[in-house]
Design a protein. Structure first.
Length: 152
């Protein structure tokens, strides 16, 4: 059986995999492109916590790392604190970083989403945040995060 509600994104980033990996795992670098506060424990079972996303400064995402392969791959469970449809740990994010064309090809799959509405919402969020990550990892300022609903 094929899972119906999956978000997949692929983006080329003008930075080496080690730099992109740092922007995905180092709390100080994460908040340059996503959220206001981050906490990571980079080992299987370790915490993934992100607070203050987009225009909802009270929103927090929580999960646990399942796989950490420095500069190549991350997998972590994901969900929203207080979220009934996508609670903490209910979905899975997998990110592969591939050295390509003097930069990094980032391939992301977000699986375990419960329905088409949540799939569409998370697809909008990932489009917004992957663009911001691409800018930050390449040494550019993505500006203040107004969230995917307020993209300009």
């Amino acid at each position: 059986m094929t899972e119906a509600f999956i978000v997949q994104r692929e983006i080329q980033i003008a930075a080496p995999p080690a730099t992109v990996f740092a922007f995905l795992t180092d709390p100080q670098k994460i908040v340059s492109w996503m959220g206001l506060e981050a906490e990571t424990e980079l080992h299987p079972g370790g915490l993934y916590l992100l607070k203050g996303l987009g225009d909802d400064r009270t929103r927090a995402a929580r999960g646990a790392f399942r796989e950490v392969v420095p500069v190549h791959r991350l997998a972590y469970s994901f969900g929203w604190e207080g979220g009934a449809e996508v609670p903490p740990g209910s979905s899975l994010i997998e990110i592969d970083l591939i050295d390509k064309d003097s930069g990094t090809l980032l391939r992301m799959t977000h699986s375990g989403l419960p329905n088409a509405e949540q799939c569409a919402s998370h697809a909008r969020g990932w489009a917004h945040y992957m663009d911001r990550l691409s800018l930050a990892a390449a040494g550019r300022d993505p500006g203040p995060d107004r969230g995917p609903a307020n993209r300009k």
